[in-house]
Structures are given as C-alpha cells and as structure tokens.
Design a protein around this ligand. Structure first.
Ligand SMILES: CC(C)(COP(=O)(O)OP(=O)(O)OC[C@H]1O[C@@H](n2cnc3c(N)ncnc32)[C@H](O)[C@@H]1OP(=O)(O)O)[C@@H](O)C(=O)NCCC(=O)NCCS
Length: 181
C-alpha cells in the first residue's frame, strides 16, 4: 500500500516504490537538474540504489525523502523530503531537500512540495528546526527556500564544499521572538 505523506493542490507526496525508477531516472539523469550535485547525472542502476537509500532512511529515522507525484498525470516529477545529517558544523541538521524534472521547473511545484514537507516536519515529525544547504549560485533553490520562510544563517563546509545554510525554526512559524527575554 502506498503511504501518502502529503496531499497538496496539485501534488501528492508519498513514499517511493521500486516502480518509480524510470520516472526518477528521467529526473536525475538530466545534467541541468544535477548541476549542483556531487555526482552529476546518474543512470538507472544508481537511481535504484538511491530509492533503496531513501527507504532505508525512512526505516532509521521515521521520515525521509518523498516522491513528488503530479496529480494530473500521476507521473513522479521529482523528490522532496527530509534528510538527517549527523554532523553539519558540529550539530545534527534535518534538511528539506528538493529536485524536480527539468520539464516541470518554473511552475511553483518545488515551493508547493517544500511547503508541505516543512509543515509535515513541524507538525507530524515534531522537528524544531529544518535547514536547506544550498550552493550560493543555485538561485532557484535559494528562492524556493526563501519563499517557504527560510532565512540565511551561515556558510558551512559540507563534504568539501562551502554551502549556504538556510534555516527555519518552530518559533519563526509561530511568529515568536527567538531572543530570550
Ligand atoms: C530548485 C528547483 C527544485 C526549483 O523548482 P521549481 O519548481 O522551478 O521552483 P518554483 O517554481 O517553486 O520556484 C522557483 C523560483 O525561482 C525563481 N527563479 C527561476 N529561475 C531563476 C533565476 N535564474 N534567477 C533567480 N530566480 C529564479 C522563480 O522565479 C521562482 O521564484 P518566484 O516564484 O518568486 O518567481 C529546481 O530548479 C531543481 O530541481 N533544480 C535542480 C536541483 C536542485 O538544485 N535542488 C536543490 C538543491 S539545494
């Protein structure tokens, strides 16, 4: 049975299934989509392993990466979800990550999916803080992070590269001051 994580206006977010490998290979095999990735474009066998890794993450942490399903045609147009990093600048961070099929960019889908995942992270998983770690030149991704309320916090060295850390905390959601009184 498919586990639906979120249902938005135009999208379903659900757990991945092995049968998603072809749709996800269309996404992760595209050079532009993988421009700001460590691996570059990947083929079908690697994508199979990536889906297994996504599911292993769900088993370990109880949350993870989701397939983004376009309601109108039922196609998997990318992934969006939460990934835990144990040591980013000395602390554990939970990242909202997103990557979409090149043909679906520029229509607000990443923002719609990432907003849903942020709500899921705060209300269902119970996280207090989420980040996005983004290359300074990845302007589209930075824009998505800003549109869902994340703000720049600092730069950090991640797997040998300097990324910008964008963050949202539960207090930001509630409109409360983060400073102690
Ligand atoms: C990042 C990504 C998920 C965005 O997907 P998307 O569905 O196109 O995103 P949205 O349509 O919700 O929003 C994109 C925003 O970037 C803006 N944008 C697009 N191209 C831009 C550019 N060259 N310069 C500045 N802003 C740009 C859009 O105008 C839009 O903002 P707006 O709504 O204020 O106009 C998609 O580009 C992608 O998969 N990129 C490759 C993978 C990746 O880099 N993932 C993030 C890793 S940190």
């Amino acid at each position: 049975m498919t586990t639906i994580i979120s249902n938005t206006k135009r999208l379903f977010l659900r757990r991945f299934d092995v049968s998603d490998v072809d749709d996800l290979t269309e996404v992760l095999g595209h050079p532009e989509v993988m421009e700001f990735s460590l691996s570059g474009p990947v083929g079908r066998a690697a994508v199979s392993q990536i889906i297994q890794q996504f599911e292993a993450h769900w088993h370990t942490w109880g949350f993870g990466q989701c397939a983004v399903v376009h309601k109108a045609n039922q196609k998997v147009i990318g992934y969006c979800g939460l990934i835990r990093f144990i040591d980013i600048d000395g602390q554990t961070e939970d990242e909202i990550g997103y990557r979409l099929n090149r043909s679906y960019w520029g229509q607000g889908y990443a923002t719609e999916a990432a907003q849903a995942i942020q709500t899921y992270g705060f209300t269902v998983v119970g996280l207090k803080r989420m980040v996005s770690m983004i290359d300074q030149n990845n302007v589209r991704s930075i824009r998505v992070a800003e549109k869902i309320g994340l703000h720049y916090e600092k730069d950090a060295l991640i797997e040998g590269y300097v990324d910008r850390i964008y963050v949202i905390e539960q207090q930001d959601q509630l409109g409360l001051s983060t400073s102690s009184s």
